[in-house]
Design a protein around this ligand. Structure first.
Ligand SMILES: Nc1nc2c(ncn2[C@@H]2O[C@H](COP(=O)(O)OP(=O)(O)OP(=O)(O)O)[C@@H](O)[C@H]2O)c(=O)[nH]1
Ligand SMILES: [Mg+2]
Length: 131
């Protein structure tokens, strides 16, 4: 099935689900639409704090992108994706996002009690394809 066909089905599904006022399901469908649109392949790492997720991801990417430490470190969902240009984006709860310069800004944002839904880290790679 082509991307356009998949998107067509997803938009129809979203339209139907919107009638039920199931906001959470609409949100999930929006995330899938984004993934299909951007042609992203996603691998998810979930585990207890300090289990070694960030360490493992850094090893797989052969780059030290995620901070890893014996104290709980990654407090929000971290999305690491291969892109042309490097950058850090904080996605806030109300569909807003903001560009950040470095990890200190990420930490500052967490301290200041912003409702950060996820942090997206984009990095160029010679090893992985974009997305
Ligand atoms: N001995 C040992 N230590 C490990 C291993 N993997 C990770 N660590 C250490 O465990 C600590 C926590 O690792 P992280 O990669 O930060 O763990 P995490 O799952 O990302 O933790 P959170 O972001 O807090 O959820 C770090 O000090 C790592 O160096 C491992 O295979 N063996
Ligand atoms: Mg981590």
């Amino acid at each position: 099935m082509s991307n356009t066909e998949q998107l067509d089905i997803l938009y129809k599904l979203k339209k139907e689900v919107e009638k039920s006022k199931n906001g959470r399901l609409v949100h999930i469908i929006n995330q899938v639409i984004k993934k299909v649109f951007l042609e992203q392949y996603t691998a998810t790492f979930v585990g207890h704090f300090s289990a070694g997720k960030s360490t493992l991801i850094n090893l797989l990417l052969e780059e030290s992108i995620l901070p890893s430490s014996p104290v709980p470190t990654t407090s929000n969902t971290a999305i690491v994706s291969v892109a042309d240009q490097p950058g850090i984006i904080a996605n806030l709860s109300n569909q807003q996002y903001t560009l950040l310069n470095n990890y200190d800004d990420v930490k500052k944002m967490n301290r200041e009690n912003f409702d950060v839904e996820s942090v997206e880290i984009k990095f160029p790679s010679g090893k992985f394809r974009k997305g």
